[in-house]
Design a protein around this ligand. Structure first.
Ligand code: LLP
Length: 448
């Protein structure tokens, strides 16, 4: 006789809809209007803008930026916050954060142009990334970016060449790879020796000394970024920062100037019910290792600031029943939100209407219309019966959501909306079917 299936441990059970909302103060359920972000009912956005649509809470962006800055100030750390534009490159999001004093961490010419268009001072921009092209380096130097994080000896030579061509001096920090395991998903861990990022810490002193003798290159400090969605506590951060502090002391002992330390990003958020490391814990780790070095400190968070601020609003196309399985098929797909397909990521999925929110939930698979099985948002997720046209919101979709979307299956990019109090505005138009076609050309020999 088969043993009875073990009961789910409480910590293995998915959080309820009410538990999910409790941790997200910008979202609330209203008896008449249903799920509401700030003061804007999501159903109203669906009516006026359509679905799928990304919706960001301006108040949450501000609140989280201030919470992080407050924690750093509380720890008496002179620390600049450079928002990692890759997490959410929407111009209105960047402008909202810029107005609060955020600088930018960028990894391409496109991100630099967005940061500048959002009103961010080029002096508050850090150019990161393992493969910046000569043209990108020249553009960044001509714009006067405040710091370039170099990731190899080869790149230092490229920066020097770009400096000569533009007549500028590059302020360069050396990104080191501390070989620590941030215990996050393998695809987003960046600080282990087998990862492509940074230079081995043992090679850093010689390279830093070489930088000081390289024309057009002014070494200003060191940088580290060990991974993303770090929820395993502060041990990996503490190890990386203490290795960095040892490096700073060694460089200074060699008579080399070190004015800045860039502490990277990576602070995780609770999508399901992961332990959520606090900004205060991060500030403590920075202070503990780097607080007494007399350096300008920097952090480059993306997800922690903007992830919880966004939802992806989608409509049910239909529910399909095969044998005992129920598939809820949405008008959003992996081309919109790729995180579940790419990283097995869990996102809360909450019905919008008050009736559905309170109706009994039974397991179903939540999928998109794209023609591969990977286009699955959730398996065995508890949701109520959902009629065609019912709305659901994916929670915590403000980071690496719209930013990573594509037009796979010739599906236009979804609209983006910013909600601010009782106001909302479309901040990126839904891509039109015409725009999808517009850049394609038939060769002359195929013309009729
Ligand atoms: N700085 C550097 C050099 C980075 O490479 C990253 C992220 C950050 C800062 C910001 O990390 P955050 O604070 O957002 O964790 N697409 C993945 C995440 C990729 C992270 C890439 N680098 C996801 O959806 O989980």
């Amino acid at each position: 006789m088969a043993a009875p299936a073990p009961a789910l441990l409480p910590e293995d059970a998915d959080p309820t809809f009410a538990e999910l909302l409790a941790g997200r103060p910008h979202l609330s359920l209203h008896a008449h209007d249903g799920l509401t972000m700030e003061e804007v009912p999501l159903a109203r956005i669906a009516r006026e803008v359509g679905t799928p649509t990304w919706i960001y809470s301006a108040g949450t962006l501000r609140r989280r930026f201030h919470a992080l800055r407050g924690a750093l100030e509380e720890a008496r750390l002179p620390c600049e916050i450079h928002f990692a534009v890759k997490a959410n490159p929407n111009l209105a999001v960047l402008r909202t954060l810029a107005a609060e004093g955020a600088g930018a961490d960028i990894v391409s010419e496109g991100e630099l142009r967005l940061a500048l268009a959002a009103g961010i001072d080029p002096g508050h921009v850090v150019f990161s990334g393992v493969g910046k092209t000569p043209a990108e380096l020249r553009f960044a130097l001509a714009q006067g970016v405040g710091q370039i994080n170099a990731e190899s000896a080869e790149e230092v030579a490229m920066i020097s060449a770009a400096a000569a061509e533009t007549g500028r001096t590059a302020q360069v920090a050396l990104r080191v790879n501390p070989d620590v395991d941030a215990k996050t998903h393998a695809k987003i861990t960046t600080g282990k020796s087998e990862n492509k990022f940074g230079v081995p810490i043992a090679e850093a002193p010689a390279l830093y000394a070489r930088m000081a003798a390289t024309p057009g290159v002014q070494p200003v400090g060191v940088a580290v970024h060990i991974g993303s969605q770090i929820t395993s506590g502060m041990a990996a951060y503490a190890a990386a920062y203490s290795a960095l502090a040892d490096l700073v002391r060694a460089l200074r002992a060699d008579g080399l100037p070190v004015e800045r330390v860039d502490c990277g990003g990576g602070l995780g958020i609770p999508y399901r019910h992961e332990p959520a490391p606090s900004p205060a814990a991060l500030a403590g780790a920075i202070r503990g290792a780097l607080g007494n070095l007399g350096v300008r400190l920097m952090v480059e968070p993306g997800r922690w600031i903007c992830g919880p601020a966004g939802v992806l609003l989608a409509s049910v196309i239909l529910s399909k029943h095969t044998g005992a399985r129920r598939f809820v098929i949405l008008d959003a797909a992996m081309n919109d939100l790729v995180r579940p397909a790419m990283y097995e990521a869990w996102h809360g999925i909450v019905p919008i209407s008050p009736a559905a929110f309170h109706a009994p939930a039974t397991p179903c698979d939540v999928v998109g219309p794209v023609c591969e099985t990977g286009d699955t948002f959730a398996r065995n997720r508890g949701l109520p019966a959902l009629e065609p046209g019912s709305l659901v919101a994916f929670l915590d979709a403000g980071a690496y959501g719209a930013a990573m979307s594509s037009t796979y299956n010739a599906r236009p990019l979804a609209a983006e909306v910013l909600a601010d109090g009782a106001r909302f505005a479309v901040v990126r138009e839904r891509q039109t079917q015409d725009a999808l076609l517009a850049a394609q050309r038939l060769p002359a020999w195929m013309a009729a």
